[in-house]
Design a protein around this ligand. Structure first.
Ligand SMILES: NC(=O)C1=CN([C@@H]2O[C@H](COP(=O)(O)OP(=O)(O)OC[C@H]3O[C@@H](n4cnc5c(N)ncnc54)[C@H](O)[C@@H]3O)[C@@H](O)[C@H]2O)C=CC1
Ligand SMILES: [Mg+2]
Ligand SMILES: [Zn+2]
Length: 277
């Protein structure tokens, strides 16, 4: 048995047993023991199953996703969105759910060929949907996004989107566009969002961000010029904050928080944080 969580494409839906998670628009089903249930028990509940996907092994046990048409009442259980599991509880369980959410979303959104419109079929032994007429394979969608902490000595540039929890400021982020390198994207996003120029771009690490399918590439960059001008509509406010006087920050398991905590730790000579996977 291999401990921990390993994704797979090789599970047979007709083989009984294993564990399962159930996902609806209201999130994942969970009870006091969490969101992983004995699969046969879960399948006996009154759930409207849209699709079943084998997704991996947790401590050697096969794990399946039951993707539902809608949430329904299961005695002793409730529904919680993926973000709730990110903020609280076991991180490995969150990783299982993050993968399940990405596979469920992708499979649901790729039932028909984008080229000819015919129904696609799941490829055996590969996580792909296939159109025979077009010989076209669609793989799970991953959207690369740059995230950057811009610094100026003891100051860090943080901004607020109108979508954030009131008071919270975070690092700048944005999706890569076709034709861009990671660095091109970072420079463009910082220009667009605050009209600031950067230099000495340094890659710091990455994080899967399944909301719904981002791959965050984290960077540090130094300020090189310009006065902050927040982008209309996208950026509600942006400021230089002294590392000794920071505003409320993003959740501790986010790479945004890691980039800030790492810079502060290095500046102050404290122990460095560890990037959560
Ligand atoms: N893990 C973390 O610490 C953090 C993650 N993020 C994530 O980074 C991603 C990008 O951040 P934003 O500032 O919202 O992006 P952004 O600055 O590029 O603006 C968002 C806009 O981009 C467009 N968009 C949406 N999906 C897209 C795609 N796949 N490709 C290209 N454009 C797309 C939409 O018009 C959307 O309103 C989001 O998924 C966000 O959740 C953002 C901050 C922290
Ligand atoms: Mg942005
Ligand atoms: Zn086709």
């Amino acid at each position: 048995m291999t401990p921990g969580w390993i994704t797979t494409t090789l599970l047979d839906n007709d083989t009984p047993g294993g564990l399962a998670v159930a996902r609806s628009r209201d999130g994942f089903l969970h009870d006091a023991n969490g969101p992983l249930f004995p699969r046969e028990w879960l399948k006996r509940q009154d759930l409207s199953v849209f699709a079943e996907h084998g997704i991996g092994h947790l401590d050697g046990e096969p794990v399946y996703l039951l993707e539902l048409n809608a949430a329904s009442a299961v005695p002793g259980c409730s529904w919680q969105g993926l973000r709730g599991f990110l903020l609280q509880g076991d991180h490995t369980v969150y990783k299982v759910l993050g993968y399940a959410a990405q596979i469920g979303t992708w499979a649901r959104e790729h039932r028909f060929c984008g080229s000819c419109g015919q129904a696609m079929v799941q490829v055996p032994r590969e996580r792909a949907m296939f159109c025979e007429a077009c010989d076209l394979r669609s793989y799970p969608r991953i959207s690369p996004s740059m995230i950057v902490l811009v610094t100026r000595g003891d100051e860090v540039l943080l901004a607020r989107s109108p979508r954030f929890v009131p008071g919270v400021y975070s690092t700048l982020a944005g999706f890569a566009e076709p034709g861009e390198s990671a660095e091109d994207c970072l420079i463009r996003e910082v220009r667009e969002e605050v009209q600031v120029e950067v230099r000495n771009i340094q890659y710091m690490g990455s994080q899967c961000w399944p909301f719904p399918h981002s791959m965050m590439l984290g960077f540090h960059a130094e300020y090189a010029g310009g006065d902050i001008v927040p982008q209309a509509d996208e950026i509600e406010d942006a400021q230089w904050f002294n590392i000794h006087d920071l505003p409320p920050l993003p959740a501790s398991r986010s790479i945004a928080r890691y980039l800030i905590d790492l810079y502060v730790a290095r500046r102050l000579g404290h122990a460095e944080p560890v990037l959560p996977g």
